[in-house]
Design a protein around this ligand. Structure first.
Ligand code: SF4
Length: 100
């Protein structure tokens, strides 16, 4: 795996402090539910989300970035579907307004 493949989030200053720098992409994006199975996907996602929430100093910056860009995979301690729901909440709208 090249450095670019293992660290896709390197353009912004906050990304340089990401706890996931250098970690494999499959942890955050998965190989696809057909390849890993739904039970394994749920376990992987839960482990990654726990890692984000407990280890990452730029959790909020990452979440804002993903909310703004509509990125796939796990960002900011949330899955894509969790972010879609969060975006509609009062907290999500306030976070995006604050970050504008
Ligand atoms: S919140 Fe998670 S996905 Fe985002 S930078 Fe931190 S470790 Fe990486």
């Amino acid at each position: 795996m090249t450095a670019k493949q293992s660290t896709p989030r390197v353009s912004a200053e906050w990304q340089k402090r990401a706890a996931c720098r250098g970690m494999g992409l499959e942890l955050f994006f998965g190989p696809g539910r057909d390849r890993e199975g739904p039970h394994t996907a749920v376990q992987r996602e839960a482990a990654v989300i726990a890692f984000c929430k407990t280890e990452c100093p730029v959790l909020t910056e990452c979440l804002v970035y993903a909310l703004k860009t509509g990125s796939k995979g796990i960002w900011g301690g949330k899955t894509e579907s969790e972010r879609q729901s969060y975006r509609k909440t009062k907290a999500g709208k306030a976070l995006l307004a604050e970050a504008s």
